[in-house]
Design a protein around this ligand. Structure first.
Ligand SMILES: Cc1cc2nc3c(=O)[nH]c(=O)nc-3n(C[C@H](O)[C@H](O)[C@H](O)COP(=O)(O)OP(=O)(O)OC[C@H]3O[C@@H](n4cnc5c(N)ncnc54)[C@H](O)[C@@H]3O)c2cc1C
Length: 495
């Protein structure tokens, strides 16, 4: 795998940075011994790891400001970090840089029943928000499968999604206001407490910016009433393509399910012995279609979805009879990633989005790639959003397997672009998909991205080298035209 741990800084330089940070932060908040910094060497994309020079754990916005000012003055690079569950390497450290973790800023500051909002610090876990407001009959809709652990700051930085985002929207649709600190230590508020805010929609620019524009210190989230009832259909298909077509037909029928997820046979067989969700392990594809609302609405929508699924060739259909059975049906889907560990030493989770009409074509394309790369792939994903999550199974101890997994993943992402989709649905670009950015976007578009970055972070110290590839990188990847050693666009900035 890709462990890059040789330090590229001198002990004297490290001492200078540590002393400057300790002058403004409590001693317990500045870590630099290897045994303390080791837990921060990677995020959820554990295939890549690197020790940071220093880790800081500010406990307040004032401490974030102080840490950023020190780093800016010393020109030290900073990688913001939440819970470290990201799957694209966004929180992967820089060897001579500082990791700034917001894990200790984990308080819910206020809840307002009348405006149905909550103000939270960035380190608050996604699920903790819904748990805290449950007595008010409310919840926070975006529900990444990692919601037990991931932080709202990380969700904002990645514009995270989840099962319920098909109906209720992504993070960007459920956050009203973000307070953040720039590299210069200035506090900026984006958005507001009203439904719209004056000026340019910089909140939308910031959400999904992967820690490259500023450090989130406070988030105002929207809360919505818990539906009176939710029921889920579990449908089997004897053909992956038919399952994919059924997804498109449910949406085409004018139904927006509260969740519409798909699992292939490899996924159901890997998860069923683990959680015993009651899945049909002989089916080539399973669909989970949820309806929520008032009971009459749910009954009607479930009946309509069953009609579409039957007409699409479903071979078996069950509907949850009570809340316990609903949770049981979902437990397989929610535990699919951990279950992969039961059948493979390692897995590599890809995240690309495609138009729903291309689902069958892309799933069949992935099957062909399994043969080409000699690796198995389990597909479990947000089918209603067209957001694929192929899990490529490999064993890092077998020479070349990880390399083949990387090539397999890159080909899937490039197929997503070819059918009119994108290289990420919710996990972000980070380090992982930086080459595929060269496939997705033109150089002119990427220069606009660099322009936005330079406007927020002129010295380019915040999470540099992530998400936006340099001209040289695209050239190395074979996606930028280089002739007789000359770049096609020599006048463009070479960050
Ligand atoms: C098992 C599993 C299932 C998952 N399922 C989903 C899913 O269904 N949907 C989904 O969208 N994602 C999913 N993820 C990915 C991940 O959980 C999300 O991307 C999540 O939002 C990351 O949050 P985090 O707090 O762990 O952030 P981190 O991983 O720590 O950081 C992620 C990015 O956010 C930046 N960042 C973090 N905190 C801040 C801050 N305060 N200010 C500025 N930038 C910051 C970092 O620099 C980095 O670029 C899953 C991950 C796992 C391991």
């Amino acid at each position: 795998m890709n462990a890059i741990s040789a330090p590229s800084f001198t002990a004297e330089y490290q001492r200078t940075v540590v002393d400057a940070l300790r002058a403004v932060l409590p001693e317990r908040s500045v870590l630099f011994d290897e045994e303390d910094t080791r837990p921060y060497e990677c995020d959820g994309l554990a295939a890549y790891s690197r020790l940071p020079m220093v880790v800081v754990l500010p406990e307040s916005e004032e401490q974030v400001i102080a840490a950023l000012k020190v780093c800016n003055a010393l020109q030290v690079k900073i990688v913001p970090r939440g819970a470290g569950t990201g799957l694209s390497g966004g929180a992967m450290p820089i060897a001579d840089g500082v990791v700034l973790s917001t894990a200790r800023m984990n308080r819910i500051l206020s809840m307002d029943l009348y405006s149905r909002t909550a103000v939270v610090q960035p380190g608050v876990r996604n699920l903790a928000i819904s748990e805290a407001v449950a007595p008010l009959g409310l919840y926070y809709a975006p529900d990444p499968s990692s919601q037990i652990a991931c932080s709202i700051g990380g969700n904002v930085a990645e514009n995270s999604g989840g099962v319920h985002c098909l109906k209720y929207g992504l993070t960007v649709h459920n956050v009203m206001r973000v307070r953040m600190v720039t590299i210069e230590g200035d506090v900026v508020e984006l958005g507001g407490t009203a439904l719209d805010a004056p000026g340019l929609d910089l909140l939308a620019v910031f959400i999904g910016s992967e820690g490259m524009l500023g450090v989130v210190t406070e988030v105002t989230v929207k809360l919505i009433p818990k539906p009176q009832q939710a029921r889920v259909i579990l449908a089997s298909f004897d053909d992956v393509a038919r399952g994919g077509d059924a997804v498109a037909k449910v949406i085409a029928a004018g139904i927006i399910p509260a969740g519409l997820e798909m699992m292939d046979k490899t996924s159901s067989r890997m998860v069923e012995p683990f959680v015993k969700a009651g899945y049909d392990i002989d089916a080539e594809a399973l669909l989970l279609c949820e309806s929520d609302g008032i009971p009459e609405e749910v009954d009607e929508e479930i009946a309509r979805m069953i009609a579409v699924l039957e007409a699409s060739g479903a071979t078996a259909i069950s509907v949850s009879r009570d809340e316990a059975e609903r949770l049981k049906f979902w437990s397989g889907r929610k535990n699919a990633f951990p279950a992969a560990g039961r059948i493979s030493p390692d897995y590599y989770c890809i995240d690309g989005t495609i138009p729903r009409r291309a689902l069958a074509e892309v799933l069949l394309g992935i099957q062909k790639m399994e043969e080409k790369y000699g690796l198995r792939c389990a597909n479990v994903f947000h089918a209603g959003d067209g957001n694929l999550h192929p899990l490529i199974l490999f064993d890092a101890n077998i020479a070349d397997e990880f390399h083949r997994a990387e090539l397999f993943g890159a080909e899937i992402l490039e197929m997503c672009v070819a059918v009119g989709g994108t290289i990420t649905g919710e996990h972000g670009v980070g380090l992982e998909k930086i080459n595929q950015m060269c496939v997705q976007f033109s150089r002119a578009e990427m220069d606009v991205f660099f322009g936005v970055k330079a406007a927020f972070d002129p010295p380019r110290l915040l999470n540099p080298d992530k998400a936006i590839p340099t001209l040289q990188r695209c050239a190395e990847y074979g996606k930028m035209h280089v002739r007789r050693g000359m770049l096609k666009f020599p006048d463009l900035p070479r960050f």
